[in-house]
Design a protein around this ligand. Structure first.
Ligand code: AMP
Ligand code: MG
Length: 488
């Protein structure tokens, strides 16, 4: 483990030609302070825990001081926002400090979000508010805890500098880590500008550094598209299975590595409603929960289009064609596991039957699946606790009869199944009210302990952690209608 000053940088993205980015340093902020730091992410970088206590740490991760070897830059990209192509986006408030090489060989790009204006800010202030920084920090770590590919979070620093959103808030920076922040929109920008050499350079860069095994394929660019498509389909299956709604699935927020990227107005499903829209600015529900799989596919076609100069259209079509099958298979595999059933044809009606029932009864998604682990498959069992999660108890009874019959037919052993189900059905997810409580404490009392409590809790979402039972509960009345806007 090293002190901060000994992190070794090897900035591969910075080595791309100047069209790809603009070199610039973060804009300093007044009197920064440390809000949160994540020991798991420290380990990823090989950073000593003591580093968090040093004044230098706050200075570096608020953008006030430079690290030796860092080569900060803002990356160029474009993207389809709510279905419409926007020719230039780019890191408007994020600055990539560089890429840290861990002694073990793993590499992490380190990015400050909220680091000030860049040439891509398009009139924005280049800042992020404390509220949204806490939301990103907590959710990315919660997703990792759930086993879902995601960017990671190292720390949050804050400043009392006012930042104007719907109301006046204070500024913060969240430091994110990922092997790469390349997005679908990173390719699109060059396609729409007709810069085909740059598309090739970026595809080569991506293949060489992140998918070297694909370079042996007969058609590496097609293989890259196929791989990104497959990863996206699998990511969507994982989001759906856990009830995660991203909220802003624009192509500039789609990672070429298939990571969950850019946490804005996201939400975890509570009362089950397939049409759930977590982003209050998404009036048409383009990014509603049940739209996510097909939006993922649509986004992959945008990527395919951007890569067309590198391949024949029929090959692009073939690469995209796998999406539907991969998503459907992966989703059903995950859902069967959530029900403790074998992944086979006969399990499907029980999955869809349960979801229908949950939609009609607006059952809490996380609570129900977790409770289902305790299902008693005995022929005369009443399963009262589970039954009480439904408004129409008799609907549950009919489904439970079929489920119990199936479990008995396959010789499922309750205790064994319960154990398996608890490993795939989280007890804890980052419900909006939990994030909101941490935000309020931080904002109103400068008390950051709730952030750390949630980070730690959500890093082990499948563990009982009985002292935190309250954190597994449905939202209290005050929190039922927390509105989450795009503003961040
Ligand atoms: P997002 O909706 O956060 O994914 O951002 C979409 C685009 O707007 C990206 O290019 C961001 O860098 C940019 N952006 C968002 N907020 C700001 C801000 N406050 N200042 C400058 N650019 C921003
Ligand atoms: Mg974004």
């Amino acid at each position: 483990m090293k002190p901060l000053s000994q992190l070794v940088f090897d900035n591969r993205f910075a080595s791309l030609p100047e069209h790809f980015h603009t070199r610039l340093a973060p804009t300093p902020v007044p009197d920064p302070y440390l809000v949160a730091w994540n020991p798991h992410a420290f380990e990823l970088l090989g950073l000593h825990a003591e580093a968090a206590a040093s004044p230098e740490f706050v200075e570096v991760f608020s953008g006030n001081a430079a690290l030796p070897g860092a080569d900060p830059l803002a990356a160029l990209y474009a993207g389809h926002q709510f279905g419409h192509y926007v020719p230039q986006l780019g890191d408007g408030r994020a600055i990539l400090l560089g890429e840290v090489a861990h002694p073990s060989g793993s590499r992490w790009e380190v990015q400050l979000k909220g680091a000030g204006r860049t040439p891509y800010s398009r009139g924005g202030d280049g800042r992020a508010v404390l509220r949204s920084s806490i939301r990103e920090y907590l959710c990315s770590e919660a997703m990792h805890g759930l086993g879902i590919p995601t960017t990671r979070a190292l720390c949050i620093t804050g400043t009392d500098m006012p930042v104007h959103r719907e109301s006046v808030e204070t500024g913060a920076l969240v430091t994110r880590l990922a092997p790469s922040f390349i997005r679908f929109g990173s390719f699109e920008v060059f396609f729409y500008r007709g810069q085909h050499d740059e598309i090739k350079a970026l595809a080569d860069f991506t293949l060489q550094h992140y998918f070297p095994e694909l370079l042996d394929e007969a058609k590496p660019y097609v293989a890259l598209l196929r791989e990104a498509t497959g990863r996206t389909a699998r990511l969507m299956a994982q989001w759906q299975a856990v009830g995660f709604c991203h909220g802003v699935m624009n192509t500039d927020n789609m990672s070429i590595l298939g990571l969950t990227l850019d946490y804005g107005p996201y939400g975890f499903m509570e009362a089950y409603n397939p049409g759930y829209i977590c982003n209050h600015s998404d009036h048409d529900g383009r990014y509603a929960y049940d739209q996510q799989p097909q939006i993922g596919a649509w986004n992959c076609t945008c990527l395919a289009q951007a890569l067309l100069p590198l391949m024949e259209i029929d090959h692009a079509r073939d690469a995209l064609a796998g999406y539907g099958e991969i998503f459907a298979t992966e989703y059903m595999r995950l859902m069967c596991a959530k029900l403790g059933l074998p992944f086979e044809e006969a399990s499907a009606p029980l999955v869809t039957g349960l979801l229908d029932l949950m939609a009609k009864n607006r059952t809490d998604y996380t609570l129900l699946f977790r409770a289902l682990a305790g299902f008693d498959s005995g022929a005369d069992a009443k399963n009262t606790g589970l039954r009480d999660l439904f408004i129409a108890r008799e609907h549950f009874d009919a489904w439970a009869r079929a489920y119990g019959e199936r479990l008995r037919a396959i010789g499922s052993i309750d205790a064994e199944r319960a154990e398996r189900m608890q490993r795939v059905n989280p007890k804890y997810v980052l419900r909006n009210y939990l994030a909101e409580s941490a935000i309020r404490k931080a904002r109103d009392e400068r008390d950051y302990t709730e952030i750390e409590r949630l980070r730690s809790l959500l890093s082990r979402p499948f563990d009982e952690q009985p002292e935190f039972d309250d954190y597994a509960k449905e939202p209290p009345d005050w929190a039922r209608e927390i509105a989450v806007s795009c503003s961040s």
